[in-house]
Ligand binder design. Structure first.
Ligand code: NAI
Length: 726
């Protein structure tokens, strides 16, 4: 028997088992939209009314995924004014799930595909969870990664199922997405099935064996596993919680972990219904706040736009690379070779000698051995990956390569030379890419005959872990080359942003402002340890002076000299940055060129490990008692990057807001809570006008470099925000 088609289909067999099939007729995935809410209410009423003729319930879905969770389009629009509606709507869903959970009949979740967030919360309200081991199937509560918490009973039930500590560490605070087997090992699901039939058979077997099922927490004498804060044993662990929280957020403004922890701990000390209300309050507070909007914008909408090819030229057939030539087997070349081979591409890795090329391949051997040891891959897969990399010193071995990625030293004439050597050896239409981090692509392209096929492909270090690739279009780069470069980046599983040519492009130029600002503050006389602390608490993954040491102090100097020469040759005047004098003294007077030279802003031990800030910094630069507001320190770094990003939009180097946001977070460590470098401006206190006012204040206090560019002022005056208008 079947009722009218709604979002939840009712299918009842003659043994009294009702299968609720989640199947939104209007969308490719099920979400917690109004239609779902209405259907859930109707289905719950019917289950209660027809309870006597029902033996058990199976909840499954007719889509590829089980259930996709909350509708982020709705959530991003929640304001403090509409927060009450969100609260009421959430409580209605929770009440209905609770009614199903306490029906007195066994209810089994048959997870046919991904059950993340809201999907897993539906499963939690069931008495038993069977997950189909389907490829790509993920289970968990990733809300924290969008600045939210599971507000559909996920906090309340994981705490009661796993205990506070495991719920927090395994499910709620990291937002880990488990495959079905790992989900079972960690207690998130009860059984794993190999086929859809097997899954449904297991669900039925549970119903047969448990005719009057109830949740553990609804049984007499139930206690939360591991105890609650009101027990002395647990109370002893409680002080560790805030410490863990600080460790996770580094003091940066991420409100979700704090709310999750509060909802879990407070909710554990009250009855189930009260805990649901507590959870809803903490959820609504996050949803109405700015951080979740920033994070949803970046990690969902912008990321989707970028990866789906909003910037890929239309009309070029999708392409695949079969064999790639990597020129230069140093740090970057070795990492690029590994990433390509991991994606199934054959790699010819060329360096000046076979020995150097073998050294580059050894990097892949090391990564493979580690992955095998950690159980992330099998021996066979690792061996196959390594077999795809052919080290060589002979240009002739590059015959047949359909793409080239050059990663030799950062030197224009050397790059011209290596391309000349191989241009006629590789396939006649091979894509020609350079991994330069700063050199203008248009000038590099002059070293090849097919300039239309030449493009910048800027990877980040360490290549195997960094998710971003910045694609740089030279003046003569053709659309076809751009589309092929885009496809290649996607083929190796990375996220491509697209920018136009310029010295330093987007990422290298903008990160330079962050570093210069940190160094300038040390030069003004601020305690270096405070500068590092300000960067960490602003949410930067690397402290500013330690990052400078990693990059070396000599590299920005070289880039600065080249840029200065280029600016002056073009008839412009070079505006010196206050950081420059300090960097020069560090290198010339104190002989401290950075980590690779064994001394920089930090001292380094014999083993190369950082051993504290160099005391000479305080001696030579710090003015005792000189301080500026901590907020100014943080915002000088954040604003310097945001303001230059706006200038890059003005200059036409950047053409997409999503690319700027994603590139800044994934490539150069702009703090994730901001939603990226332009979303930071949109979401600033007081919006774009608030940001402009604050920039002017910083300009008055710290220098003209903070003066808001015309485009920014124009946006503020017109009441606009930075958006791609999608
Ligand atoms: P590296 O010094 O580690 O490696 C350069 C390699 O090129 C060496 O193995 C060298 O033997 C080889 N090489 C030199 N001449 C050659 C030739 N004629 N034929 C073949 N190989 C030759 O340098 P790294 O750090 O890997 O940088 C390479 C390129 O990547 C540079 O253009 C750099 O600006 C860029 N880049 C570097 C990043 C970084 O974090 N280090 C990030 C992004 C780009």
């Amino acid at each position: 028997m079947s009722t009218e088609p709604t979002t939840i289909r009712w299918e009842q067999d003659d043994t009294g088992v009702v299968t609720l099939v989640l199947d939104d007729p209007d969308q490719s995935a099920n979400t917690m939209n109004q239609a779902f809410r209405d259907s859930l209410a109707a289905v719950t009423d019917r289950l209660e009314a027809e309870k006597d003729s029902i033996r058990g319930v199976i909840v499954t879905s007719a889509k590829k995924t089980f259930f996709a969770g909350g509708d982020l389009r709705d959530l991003i629009r929640v304001t403090p004014e509409t927060a009450q509606d969100l609260f009421d709507g959430g409580m209605a869903i929770k009440r209905n799930l609770r009614r199903i959970e306490t029906l007195g009949k066994p209810v089994v979740a048959a997870l046919n595909g991904a059950a993340l967030g809201g999907g897993y919360e539906i499963a939690l309200a069931c008495h038993h969870r069977v997950a189909l081991d389907a490829p790509g199937s993920k289970i968990g509560c990733p809300e924290v990664t969008l600045g939210l918490l599971p507000g559909g009973g996920g906090v309340v039930r994981t705490v009661r199922m796993l205990g506070i500590t495991d719920a927090l560490l395994k499910v709620l605070l990291q937002g880990t997405q488990y495959n079905p087997r790992r989900a079972q090992e960690n207690g998130l699901v009860d059984e794993v099935a190999d086929s859809r039939e097997d899954m449904l058979a297991k669900a039925r077997a549970f119903i047969d064996a448990h005719p009057e099922s109830a949740q553990p927490w609804d049984r007499p004498g139930y206690r939360i596993p591991g105890g609650t804060p009101s027990h002395p044993k647990f109370a002893a662990n409680l002080p560790a919680f805030p410490a863990n929280l600080r460790k996770q957020t580094n003091g940066a403004p991420y409100p979700a972990p704090r709310n999750i922890m509060a909802a879990a701990v407070e909710g554990s000390q009250v009855d189930f219904e009260t805990a649901q209300v507590i959870e809803a309050r903490y959820f609504v507070e996050l949803a109405a706040g700015q951080t979740s909007k920033n994070m949803i914008q970046a990690f969902f909408f912008d990321l989707q736009a970028v990866n789906s090819g909003a910037n890929r030229p239309k009309g070029v057939e999708p392409g695949k690379v079969a064999k790639v030539a990597v020129l230069g087997a140093g740090m970057m070349g070795a990492g690029i070779a590994y990433s390509c081979a991991r994606a199934g591409i054959d790699v010819v890795l060329k360096d000046v000698s076979l020995e150097s090329a073998l050294k580059g391949k050894a990097y892949s051997e090391k990564l493979c051995a580690k992955a095998v040891a950690k159980g992330r891959t099998s021996q066979e897969k690792a061996a196959a990956l390594l077999a795809r990399i052919t080290p060589t010193a002979e240009a002739a071995d590059l015959a047949g390569c359909d793409a080239v990625i050059e990663a030799v030293f950062e030197d224009t004439s050397l790059k011209h030379k290596v391309f000349q050597e191989i241009e006629h050896v590789v396939a006649p239409d091979a894509l020609l890419c350079s991994n330069t981090s700063t050199l203008p692509i248009t000038a590099l392209a002059e070293g090849v005959e097919r300039q239309g096929d030449f493009i910048g492909l800027h990877f980040f270090s360490p290549v195997d872990r960094m998710p971003l690739v910045e694609i740089i279009k030279g003046e003569r780069t053709g659309d076809e080359a751009l589309a092929r470069a885009f496809d290649l980046v996607r083929q190796i599983g990375k996220t491509p942003i697209v920018v136009n040519d310029s010295r330093g492009f987007f990422t290298s130029r903008v990160i330079g402002h962050f570093i210069n600002e940190g160094v300038a503050m040390v030069g003004e006389g601020i305690e270096p340890a405070s500068v590092e602390q300000a960067a960490a608490q602003a949410g930067y993954p690397a402290k500013v002076l330690s990052l400078m040491d990693e990059l070396t102090l000599t590299l920005p100097r070289k880039i600065r000299e080249e840029t200065k020469r280029a600016v002056e040759e073009a008839g412009g005047t070079w505006a010196a940055h206050p950081a420059e004098a300090l960097i020069d003294r560090m290198v010339d007077e104190f002989g401290r060129p950075g980590r690779s030279g064994g001394a920089g802003f930090y001292e380094y031990g014999e083993d190369g490990r950082r051993a504290g800030l160099w005391p000479g910094l305080r001696e030579h630069f710090t003015k005792p008692g000189y301080e500026i507001p901590f907020a100014d320190m943080q915002e000088r770094m954040l604003f310097s990057e945001a303001l230059d990003t706006v200038r890059l939009l003005e200059e036409g180097v950047l053409t997409s807001v999503a690319d700027a946001n994603i590139g800044s977070i994934f490539g150069i460590g702009f703090p994730g809570w901001t939603g990226g470098v332009l979303q930071y401006i949109n979401g600033y206190d007081g919006g774009v006008p608030g940001f402009v006012a604050r920039a002017r204040e910083l300009a008055d206090r710290y220098g003209e470099r903070f003066t808001p560019p015309a485009l920014l002022v124009e946006k503020a005056d017109n009441g606009e925000v930075f958006t791609d208008g999608r």
